[in-house]
Design a protein around this ligand. Structure first.
Ligand SMILES: [Zn+2]
Length: 308
């Protein structure tokens, strides 16, 4: 294989790796447990070994770059991971904390290496998959176990001063007093997240499997309120950004029988009037395990293009 970018999606549970062609097709997808890295004596060395074995097995001669998505904010050097709170070693310690993971991998393979927040990569995938490249503002909000967001303005991903922008799962909800995993109280993901959905299941529907929650209970008050809370998050972002398109994704909205129309109604009613005077399109991110891998490659190709 030639002109390949090796894309890696390092999640809390699985590491996915694929060889992505210039037309964004993923070849030879491969998955291993993230714990293999988290519990290694030298996690970055372990990543190098996994990539080297993958490259050899798939006969990738010409490698353009390696691009890694991580479940953490990443500094604007696009090399340094800020903090992977859900990738921990056997002792419960965070594996990557203000860690430059690109440098060693670049030295090992002698190719450009990029690191990016996984939600940014998934937004890039969704933008390419839905042909949204020429829109002025695209906002992606992904509700999984937590809540992630990414914003593209004039073709560029929004970056804060340090790369820690858009941590919207930890926006304060006024009056919220539920204890959040981050140490604060009343964060948005205490009310609108897969974590919250599990809490609702435990409290109201202990006999329902999580995947059947919307199929069985979407018309009942606890889930109506849950969808309201999710809609609030989208409405806040729509009001701030006046987007062309809002991408709705993540494990929760991708569940069977998730009430898309109810969510859109909440968003439309709660978004600022000036924004709603112009409106925006809704795009639903489709369930596909290769999103993070291909998105990582899209990110790398854009960066390589900028260098030329
Ligand atoms: Zn929080």
């Amino acid at each position: 294989m030639e002109n390949i970018i090796i894309g890696i999606d390092l999640g809390g549970t699985n590491l996915r790796i694929g060889a992505v062609t210039p037309d964004n097709k993923m070849r030879a997808p491969f998955v291993i447990k993230s714990s293999v890295i988290a519990e290694a004596e030298n996690p970055i060395q372990k990543i190098c070994e996994i990539i080297a074995a993958y490259r050899k097995e798939n006969h990738i001669q010409q490698l353009d770059a390696i691009s890694i998505g991580v479940p953490s904010s990443v500094e604007n050097d696009k090399e340094t991971v800020i903090c992977t709170t859900n990738i921990r070693d056997k002792n419960g310690n965070v594996v990557f904390c203000h860690t430059n993971i690109a440098k060693k991998i670049r030295e090992y393979f002698q190719v450009p290496v990029f690191v990016n927040n996984d939600v940014n990569n998934i937004l890039l995938y969704d933008v390419v998959a839905n042909h949204l490249e020429n829109q002025k503002v695209v906002v992606g909000i992904y509700i999984g176990t937590g809540v992630g967001a990414a914003v593209m303005i004039d073709g560029h991903l929004l970056e804060g001063k340090n790369g820690a922008e858009l941590d919207i799962g930890h926006m304060p909800f006024f009056g919220g007093d539920v204890q959040c995993s981050c140490g604060k109280k009343g964060c948005c993901e205490c009310y609108a997240s897969g974590w919250r959905l599990q809490e609702i299941r435990k409290e109201f529907y202990p006999d329902t499997e999580i995947q059947d929650m919307f199929t069985k209970h979407r018309e009942e008050k606890p889930l109506k309120e849950f969808v309201q809370a999710c809609g609030n998050v989208y409405a806040i972002m729509a009001t701030i950004f006046n987007p062309d398109t809002i991408i709705i994704g993540g494990g929760v909205p991708e569940m069977t029988d998730f009430p898309q129309k109810d969510l859109e109604k909440v968003i439309n009613e709660s978004t600022g009037k000036d924004v709603m005077a112009y409106g925006f399109d809704y795009v639903y991110s489709r369930e596909f395990v290769g999103k993070g891998v291909i998105g990582a490659a899209v990110f790398a190709r854009r960066r390589l293009q900028e260098r030329k």
